[in-house]
Ligand binder design. Structure first.
Ligand SMILES: [Zn+2]
Length: 285
């Protein structure tokens, strides 16, 4: 099987799996009216994501960020805590929304303008917000990096780049022709693929760090790795790629971080027999 075939199969499989869960869940939700206490779903998400075992950036609050009064009837997941994803969750009747980038970061923001509107959508529609950031990057089964490696057909050899003692990035076995690997990435990320190719034509090791890739660049050479799949980089990293002879593939911060919340949402929905949907925003960055 060629890499391209595997990639397209994987993305088709992922979409089909998401649809199947959503369809099956919709049936269960509408016929049985399944309603699950909020705290049961929160407990499941806390344990499955191992959120207490992973320290996050100062100001980030993982776990239940926004309470709801009644039981949960439908789960949704989105990458960002944006007003539009919140409105979309409300429109689709979801009342437990899992996000990767939560509402709270440093510096704190006053509850005015769009921030106020976000709170209002959650209040008015009785939607609970559950945020899981670094725990869903580091998780070695349902984390963004682990699942992106799987989607690319890569085998993780080990984890590196510790943050507060927990490794965040995956170091994968390579031995793949660069052209074939790039084709896989284009299939998986048709809108957001970018290739900056100054490294080897058959990389021996491939690093994966979703979202912002800046923090892993300094560790690449020491790992004997010249190829990185990530979310986003900065302008000066093009020069670094030329100077260090790296292959860099920034394929979208948002696009590379759909995997973890989607997996957690699907698992929670399956566990409690609730319908589930992933809210895609079309973010190209
Ligand atoms: Zn991110």
């Amino acid at each position: 099987m060629t890499l391209t075939e595997t990639a397209s199969e994987n993305s088709t499989t992922r979409a089909a799996a998401t649809r199947a869960t959503a369809d099956a869940g919709s049936v269960a939700g509408s016929t049985t009216g399944t309603a699950v206490p909020l705290e049961e779903i929160v407990r499941f998400c806390d344990e499955r994501s191992r959120r207490r075992a992973v320290k996050d950036f100062p100001g980030a609050v993982n776990g239940l960020q926004f309470f709801k009064r009644g039981p949960v009837r439908k789960i949704a997941a989105a990458v960002d805590s944006g007003l539009v994803p919140f409105q979309e969750a409300a429109r689709r009747g979801a009342d437990f929304l899992i996000v990767h980038h939560g509402l709270f970061w440093n510096p704190q923001q006053p509850v005015t303008g769009a921030v106020y509107e976000k709170y209002r959508v959650l209040f008015d529609n009785d939607i609970a917000l559950y945020s899981c950031h670094l725990p869903l990057d580091a998780h070695q089964e349902i984390g963004n990096n682990a699942l992106l490696a799987v989607a690319l057909g890569l085998r993780v050899e080990r984890w590196f780049l510790p943050y507060e003692g927990v490794p965040m990035a995956a170091l994968c076995a390579g031995g793949i022709a660069r052209d074939a690997f790039a084709a896989r990435l284009k299939t998986l990320f048709p809108r957001t693929y970018t290739g900056i190719e100054f490294g080897s034509e058959r990389p021996e090791k491939i690093a994966v760090l979703t979202g912002s890739g800046r923090s892993v660049l300094d560790a690449l050479d020491a790992e004997g790795c010249d190829t990185l799949v990530t979310g986003e980089l900065r302008e000066e990293h093009f020069n670094m790629a030329q100077e260090h002879r790296w292959n860099l593939y920034p394929c979208g911060h948002n696009a590379t971080e759909t995997f973890g919340v989607d997996a957690l949402g699907r698992e929670a929905a399956a566990k409690f027999g609730l319908p589930y949907e992933f809210i895609e925003t079309g973010c190209p960055l």
